[in-house]
Design a protein around this ligand. Structure first.
Ligand SMILES: [Zn+2]
Length: 570
């Protein structure tokens, strides 16, 4: 290959110049003083910096967990001094650490619960295998106590039919049994569960949810969105002591952190979770990735009442936007709120709106006034419109600059919504791995609608800072799978949906790195390989810009580095 990289050497004064350009509140004196010896020098690499001022480089130096110089192998090697660690990348590719802006980080579920589907990759399972796993659990569970299965995916079933109440009755007639869709908006129950919750064929659907029925009008066991709340008080739940709960929380977080860095994720936005456990895991040195913590409930109330704003914390655990305030149902489970009815469903069904406009307005205004970054879950065009209406109202009442209201998913847009998103400076975090992983579900929506779903092309063309949000557990969090789907819009089954929304590999890399940093107001300290920024990067065995685009998801992650420290090595 010829040498087309920028030969400018970013050290010393040059670094300070960049700090000036970025001008972020957290960026101090950027580069190490001239003559200071770096801790680490990486050279002989194909570095894609995601810094538009110097997009390619061969080498960089790290000091005190930050990049201090980026340039050619020759220049950077000249900085090596006594005690400098060196890493010859042997022409492998290096990119900034990946950032996932929406993740439920459910490590405790993965570690301790019955997993009935594959959380990480496309894999088909049998209904028999689900029944068997739950039977084993039921045998070790007292009658009357819930038996739950997780990570079910209704389109990854070999039997090629829906899971139903009769299947789950085979698990047990004495235990309430639930299988939860990985999408998080639908669950399947056995007869005992329905009985304990006092749900029968005459029970009407509550607002924002459904008790689904078969063609004879009998309950089929599938229950959507808000209708599931009746099961909260039914039956007994396995209980844990305070100590056990805390232990599970810590173990779960330490476990998921290992999984994240295995896939090259160096920063993840956590949907809630135990903030105390997170700090303990960090104190023990078991937190390997950086966390933007998205608060709800008690923590959010405490923030509001004590005047703690978004941005509080440090580069390891920082309070980010709120957790996703749900306004509608799910894209993958086909309950999102649409302006047009779903095809082929009678009576006509337009999805679930799970919040009134008045309640939403009040919530958004309250959070916005507290200088906390608003974050709403909205998939369908109806729900996105509601969020924008609430944010427009809050901005009128209490104008704030650079508020970056976040819309998690922001799946189905149109020109009018896009215009309003741009005008408000909304930061959307659409599904990433879905284009590949969920291509078997898009026929429910059809090509015309899919042209406007997960609209990365439209967002980038409009100048919207769109980021990546895997929504794990609903979506696998592998950023390679996400990038491949954004570039090809082709799924595991070979189907391509909404090809008009394809973006380039360079753009997909930016969406998964720098735009993720922007999503949490942290673009001045991470998201690109730039002097002064945190030294978070990933070494890839192949060049994601040149491999066959259908194999991006298979590129080996050789090493993940956070703050200059290797946290994963193949
Ligand atoms: Zn979510």
């Amino acid at each position: 290959m010829n040498h087309r990289y920028n030969r400018r050497k970013f050290i010393g004064a040059a670094g300070a110049g960049i700090a000036g350009v970025l001008g972020g509140p957290w960026l101090g004196a950027a580069a190490a003083a001239e003559g200071e010896v770096p801790d680490l020098v990486v050279f002989n690499a194909k570095v894609y910096t995601v810094d538009s001022r110097a997009p390619k480089a061969e080498a960089f130096a790290v000091k005190a967990s930050k990049f201090v110089a980026v340039g050619t192998t020759e220049d950077i090697k000249s900085l090596i001094g006594k005690g400098t660690q060196t890493y010859d990348a042997k022409q492998m590719t290096i990119v900034p650490g990946f950032i996932d802006c929406h993740n439920h980080a459910g490590g405790d579920t993965l570690l301790f619960e019955v997993i009935v589907g594959n959380p990480y990759v496309v894999e088909f399972v049998t209904i028999a295998s689900i029944i068997e796993k739950l039977r084993v659990k039921a045998q070790a569970t007292p009658p009357g106590t819930w038996v739950d299965g997780y990570f079910f995916d209704d389109t990854k079933v070999k039997d090629n039919r829906q899971l139903n109440v009769h299947d789950l009755d085979q698990v047990s007639k004495d235990h309430p049994v639930a299988v939860h869709h990985r999408g998080g908006h639908t669950s399947y129950y056995n007869s005992k569960a329905l009985e304990l919750a006092d749900v029968n064929k005459k029970t009407p659907n509550p607002p924002g949810g459904t008790f689904d029925r078969d063609t004879n009008g009998e309950l089929n066991g599938r229950v959507t969105d808000r209708a599931r709340s009746v099961f909260n008080k039914a039956g007994k739940r396995t209980t844990y002591t305070q100590e056990q709960t805390e232990q599970r929380g810590r173990d779960g977080l330490a476990y998921i952190s290992k999984q994240f860095v295995r896939y090259g994720l160096t920063s993840v936005h956590h949907e809630g979770g135990d903030l105390f456990a997170l700090q303990q895991v960090r104190a023990r040195g078991e937190l390997l990735h950086r966390v933007s913590y998205e608060a709800s409930g008690k923590v959010l109330e405490a923030m509001i009442s004590s005047g703690i704003e978004t941005g509080f914390g440090d580069e390891w655990i920082r309070l980010g936007a709120t957790s996703e305030h749900a306004v509608d149902g799910s894209f993958s489970e086909r309950t999102m709120a649409l302006s047009q009815p779903y095809a082929g469903i009678s009576p006509p069904y337009k999805g679930n709106v799970t919040e009134t406009q008045d309640d939403l307005n009040a919530w958004v205004e309250r959070v916005h006034r507290a200088d906390i970054q608003v974050n709403c879950h909205a998939n369908g065009d109806v729900a996105i419109d509601m969020v924008l209406t609430a944010v427009e109202r809050a901005q009128r009442l209490h104008p704030r600059t650079d508020a970056r209201p976040k819309i998690t998913h922001c799946t189905l847009i149109n020109d009018d919504l896009l215009r309003r998103i741009k005008a408000l400076g909304v930061v959307p975090a659409p599904f990433t791995s879905y284009a590949y992983y969920n291509s078997d579900k898009f026929h429910f929506y059809g090509e015309e609608m899919m042209k406007h779903c997960m609209a990365f092309r439209s967002f980038l063309d409009a100048g919207v800072q769109v980021a990546a949000g895997s929504d794990f557990s609903p979506g696998p969090f592998d950023p390679r799978m996400g990038i491949q789907g954004m570039v090809t819009r082709t799924g595991w089954n070979g189907e391509t949906w909404g090809a008009n929304q394809k973006i380039s590999r360079e753009e997909a890399l930016r969406v998964n790195t720098l735009n993720g940093a922007y999503n949490s107001h942290e673009e001045a300290i991470k998201g690109s390989i730039t002097p002064g920024k945190l030294a978070d990067f990933v070494v890839l065995a192949d060049d994601l810009h040149t491999v066959d685009q259908e194999t991006i998801k298979d590129i080996e992650i050789v090493r993940t580095v956070v703050g200059g420290n290797t946290v994963y090595q193949a």
